[in-house]
Design a protein around this ligand. Structure first.
Ligand code: NAG
Ligand code: NAG
Length: 421
């Protein structure tokens, strides 16, 4: 379908990848950040640390001018940094009109600028119209992440922003590939970004009974995909961006190719707002469609980066779907030969950014022939008998990887990447 270059989260995907393999966890207690967290059942989140880029931290001034910073929501700021790193790695600096016209952006967010709405509502309530910042609307709109990227780099191709909850990042990448496949662009900046670690946002997810609440004193153990003691997800923030490029275009300019995007499958539960269908038919439609488009059999898939967020129902449903697709005639004989991990134990759940960072991780898994670990996996319940790479990464030839993203509203998507040779 198309070639893939880099890839970067705002704090540097290479650093994140290394820390992921070393078993680090980015989840912390956030009581100090805002005292209102203290009354809440969930006080943990995966926060982008403040600090210099060199130390793996975030300092807006290293990436943006004062004017840019003032105009942009936090999620858009992260997206700008991720884009800068990705474009540098891909060595794509379009200068001519034709090159700029052939370069587009597809980047979304799940929630967008929650802080801005909250602060403006409070200010408006107290002070009325005169308290409304002229930048309120532009800082609110989710598509301004993509908008700012196109303005900064003067990309005049398609400019698009999906917002499909936790499937946003995967949809952005898949849709970007389709823009290329349909001839709308040669190169697309694609990804997702999120930053909503606000007590009201976290409180909302807690009220929906989605979050881990039993680990406020041991935040590193809070997100435990597939583990018997899992009890909900942990909200994370950040951005991830990859550069997708038409294969011939990439070859013609001698670009470094990390992997090929072979398949993109989308499906819908048509069932419930927040709960997945427990089992049953169609449980694996997104994965099946991605493989169909890639023209690959399940047995070809060496690594599955699961959506698994560490919720009771979600992880079990995905595990069942994976087993029904990957075991049997076209797949593997034994569940222990199905290699699946969830990186959310370490990263938390980046919501609209999750599908994008997990796509990058799947591409790096192929590029480095390494399956990243599922951390905090200590006790497996019945039915969880795949190979989840508990705690430690595993080295093995990985030619094909699949990555899943499922979102509230029952929207599911799966991307299939393969080694380029
Ligand atoms: C979507 O994903 C959920 C979670 O794994 C699964 O239960 C559901 O069956 C999937 N739906 C489709 C249509 O793929
Ligand atoms: C999964 O990993 C195991 C153990 O390394 C290996 O034997 C098996 O072939 C792998 N499965 C696939 C589909 O690559």
């Amino acid at each position: 379908m198309c070639a893939v270059h880099l890839i970067v989260s705002c704090y540097g995907i290479r650093r994140s990848w290394k820390r992921l393999l070393d078993g680090h966890c980015g989840i912390v207690n956030v009581k100090e950040r805002d005292e209102r967290f203290a009354e809440q059942p969930c006080q943990v989140a995966a926060v982008v640390p403040k600090g210099s880029r060199e130390d793996g931290g975030w300092m807006a001034s290293e990436w943006l001018s004062r004017g840019e910073e003032r105009k942009m929501a936090q999620f858009a700021q992260y997206a700008m940094a991720a884009t800068e790193e990705a474009l540098q790695d891909a060595d794509w600096k379009p200068e001519t009109f034709e090159q700029r016209e052939a370069t587009g952006v597809c980047l979304g967010s799940g929630i967008g600028n929650f802080d801005e709405i909250y602060n403006t509502v409070v200010a408006y309530e107290k002070g009325g119209y005169k308290k409304v910042n002229p930048l309120f609307v532009p800082k609110l709109l989710i598509n301004l992440g993509a908008g700012h990227i196109s303005m900064k780099y003067r990309f005049m191709g398609p400019n698009h922003a999906a917002t499909t909850a936790c499937t946003t990042g995967a949809h952005s990448i898949g849709d970007a590939a389709r823009f290329i496949a349909c001839g709308d662009a040669d190169v697309m900046v694609a990804g997702g970004a999120e930053s909503c670690i606000h007590p009201l946002a976290i409180g909302g997810f807690a009220r929906a009974r989605s979050l881990a609440t039993a680990f406020n004193d041991t935040p590193e153990s809070a997100s435990r995909p597939f583990d018997a003691d899992r009890g909900g997800f942990v909200v994370g923030e950040g951005a991830a961006v990859m550069i997708l490029e038409d294969l011939e275009h990439a070859l013609a300019r001698g670009a470094r190719i990390y992997a090929e995007l072979k398949g993109y499958g989308c499906s819908s539960d048509a069932h419930h707002m927040t709960s997945p269908k427990e089992n049953g038919e169609g449980a694996f439609m997104a994965m099946k469609k991605a493989l169909k488009q890639a023209q690959l059999r399940p047995s070809a898939v060496a690594y599955i980066n699961a959506h698994a967020t560490s919720t009771m129902v979600g992880d079990a449903a995905e595990n069942a779907a994976i087993k029904s697709l990957f075991l049997g005639e076209d797949g593997k004989e034994k569940a222990s030969d199905v290699n699946v991990s969830s990186t959310k134990g370490a990263l938390g759940h980046l919501l609209g950014g999750a599908g994008a960072i997990e796509a990058l991780i799947s591409v790096l898994a192929i590029h480095e022939n390494t399956m990243p670990p599922t951390i905090n996996l200590e006790r497996l319940a019945d039915g969880f008998d795949c190979n989840y790479a508990p705690k430690d990464p595993q080295s093995r030839q990985i030619d094909v990887a699949l990555t899943n993203s499922f979102g509230f509203g029952g929207t599911n998507s799966s991307l299939c990447f393969s080694k380029y040779s």
